[in-house]
Write a protein that binds this ligand. Structure first.
Ligand SMILES: *Cc1c(COP(=O)(O)O)cnc(C)c1O
Length: 388
C-alpha cells in the first residue's frame, strides 16, 4: 500500500501548504529574508507557549532541545528533582546524569501522572533549598499520559526551584500557559502537534532562566542558548539552520492562528475522545488513567493472546494506517495511536474500522463495527447532529 496515514505520535502527516513551503528555493541564512522569517517564527511561537519571553529556535530534534535546556541551566553537582512518568521523562533525567547533574527521581507508576501532593511534600522537605530545578514532562508520549500542569505548578511555586518542561508532544494540542504557571524552560519540536516535518526544536526561556544561564550551566557549544539568543537579536542562528523547516514552521503557525487555537485544541480532544469511546466499547483497556489521558496519543493495552506488533504490521502494510508500538518496557504491550497532524474525523473512523478488522482477524471477540459506531457518535454529537 503506497498511501500511508501516520497515526504515530510524531512525525505526523503534514498538510499540503506546509509541505509546499518546504519546496521554496534556499535563501541566505545570514540575509534579510531569513531575518524576517526567524523573527516571524519566534514572535508567533510566544502565544503558543503562553509566554511573553523569548523563544529560541534550534536546528535539532526535540531531544536536542531537552539537552539544551538541561545543559544551559544546570551543571555538575547541582541537584534537580526529575519527575518522569515514562520513557521521555527518563531520557530527560539521563541527559542530566550525563552532564554530571545530581538527579533525584520522584517516582510515579507508569500510566499515572505526577502526584502534585507528593511533589509538594518533597519540595517542602527541602528546607535548605538544595533542589535547584524540577524537571517535568507535560505530555508523556510513551504512556499516553498528559500531566495536569496547573496543580504541579502550584506545588512548586513556594519552593522557588527553576522548572524545566518537556512539552515536545504536548505544545499546541491543548492550552499551555508557561508564564502563568511560572515555568522557566519549555521545550517543543516541529514534528508533533504543530505538524511540521522534523528538524526544529523550539525552546522558550523565562527571564529568570536567562539569568541563571549567565551564572552557571554545564559545558555546551552547539546548544549554547546564550549564543542562540545573541544571534537571534540580529535575525540569525549561530550555525546554519534547517531553512526549509523554518519556511514550513512559519506557514504552520499562520494556519494554527487562523484556525483558532481553541479549535485546534478541541480537535485533538475530539479525536482522542472518539478513540477512547471506541476502545471502551470494544473492551480494550486504556493504559493511561482517567484524568491524565493525553489528547495527542492514546495508549491501548494489547489484549491477552493478541500479537500487537503483528496487528500494527498489517495495519501499516495492508491498510495504510501507521500506529505506534510500546517503547522501553512497554514494547509489545501497548499500541499507541497519535492524533496529531493532518488527519480528519473520517481518517480516524477508517483507522478504527481497520483496527477492528485486524483485531477480529486475530481472534479477538468483538462486536465488529461497535467501536467505529461509538466514535461516530462522539463526532456526531460534537457536530450537533442528532444520532438518535
Ligand atoms: C518526540 C518526543 C521527544 C523528542 O524526540 P525527538 O525524536 O528527539 O524529536 C521528547 N519528548 C517527548 C515527550 C516526545 O514525545
Amino acid at each position: 500500500m503506497s498511501k500511508q496515514l501516520l497515526f504515530i505520535p510524531g512525525p505526523v502527516t503534514v498538510t499540503e501548504p506546509v509541505l509546499a513551503a518546504m519546496g521554496k528555493p534556499m535563501i541566505d541564512h545570514r540575509g534579510p529574508e531569513f531575518k524576517v522569517l526567524l523573527e516571524s517564527i519566534a514572535r508567533k511561537l510566544k502565544p503558543v507557549f503562553g509566554t511573553s519571553g523569548d523563544v529560541v529556535v534550534l536546528g535539532s530534534s526535540g531531544t536536542g532541545g531537552l539537552e539544551a535546556a538541561m545543559t544551559n541551566m544546570f551543571g555538575p553537582g547541582e541537584k534537580v528533582l526529575c519527575c518522569p512518568v515514562g520513557v521521555f521523562g527518563d531520557r530527560f533525567a539521563e541527559i542530566a546524569r550525563t552532564w554530571g547533574v545530581d538527579v533525584e527521581v520522584l517516582p510515579t507508576a507508569w500510566g499515572h501522572g505526577v502526584d502534585a501532593q507528593a511533589l509538594k511534600a518533597r519540595l517542602d522537605a527541602d528546607a535548605k533549598r538544595e533542589i535547584k530545578g524540577v524537571i517535568l514532562t507535560h505530555n508523556e508520549t510513551s504512556t499516553g499520559v498528559q500531566n495536569v500542569m496547573g496543580p504541579l505548578a502550584d506545588a512548586i511555586r513556594a519552593h522557588g526551584a527553576l522548572v524545566l518542561v518537556d512539552s515536545v508532544s504536548g505544545l499546541a494540542a491543548s492550552e499551555f500557559t508557561m508564564d502563568a504557571w511560572g515555568f522557566d524552560v519549555v521545550v517543543a519540536a516541529s514534528q508533533k502537534a504543530l505538524g511540521v516535518p522534523p528538524g526544529l526544536a523550539m525552546v522558550a526561556v523565562s527571564p529568570r532562566a536567562w539569568e541563571k544561564m549567565e551564572r552557571a550551566g554545564g559545558p555546551r557549544y552547539y546548544f549554547d542558548l546564550r549564543k542562540a539568543r545573541e544571534f537571534a537579536a540580529i535575525g540569525q542562528t549561530p550555525a546554519t539552520p534547517p531553512v526549509s523547516q523554518c519556511f514550513a514552521m512559519d506557514v504552520a503557525l499562520d494556519r494554527y492562528a487562523a484556525s483558532g487555537p481553541e479549535n485546534v485544541w478541541a480537535r485533538h480532544q475530539l479525536y482522542t475522545n472518539g478513540i477512547i469511546a471506541a476502545a471502551q466499547t470494544l473492551g480494550l483497556e486504556l493504559f493511561a488513567q482517567p484524568g491524565v489521558r493525553s489528547v495527542t496519543v492514546t495508549a491501548l493495552d494489547v489484549p491477552a493472546g493478541i500479537d500487537g506488533d503483528a496487528i500494527r504490521k498489517t495495519m501499516r502494510v495492508e491498510r495504510g494506517f501507521v500506529l505506534g508500538g510500546g517503547q522501553g518496557r512497554l514494547a509489545g504491550k501497548i499500541i499507541r495511536i497519535g492524533t496529531m497532524g493532518d488527519i480528519s474525523q473520517t481518517d480516524v473512523l477508517g483507522m478504527l474500522g481497520a483496527l477492528e478488522m485486524e483485531l477480529l482477524g486475530a481472534g479477538l471477540k468483538i462486536h465488529v463495527g461497535s467501536g467505529v459506531q461509538a466514535a461516530l457518535r462522539v463526532f456526531l454529537e460534537a457536530s450537533q447532529i442528532n444520532a438518535a
